[in-house]
Design a protein around this ligand. Sequence first.
Ligand code: HEC
Length: 111
Amino acid sequence: MKHLAPRLIFILLASAMTDYAVSSDELKAGAGSEIVSQTCIPCHSLKLVTQNRADRQGWLSMIRWMQEKQGLWQLGENEDKILDYLSTYYGPKKSFRRAPLPVELMPPVES
Ligand code: HEC
């Protein structure tokens, strides 16, 4: 039994570290992060916030969904600040694909 403890500790540490790499409990520092953490932490981990990406409209619809289904209260004048923060720091992932070529640069179509 004695030799089991180090292994157990290793497994616990390893899983904690993996978890940390995937999503964070801490919001990125920036204007409005205080309001967001105070508003969003009463019901669930901030991981749910940090693992999501959306534009302003997307964040607004998540907030509306929580208001309709999950008992989230009206956010009043903070709503704008919260949306500013979320769409700035957790906006849509940038795509690394280049834009499509303009038609005049495309190779001619064989007929
Ligand atoms: C009144 C409680 C409550 C508050 C406050 C709250 N939420 Fe939620 N939220 C929920 C519940 C309940 C869920 C669903 C949790 C689950 O699926 O495990 C959820 C889920 C989410 C999700 C996941 C949605 C998805 O589609 O996966 C995001 C993102 C989220 N909340 C963001 C926020 C943000 C940002 C705030 C602060 C502005 C916030 N929440 C405040 C109750 C709340």
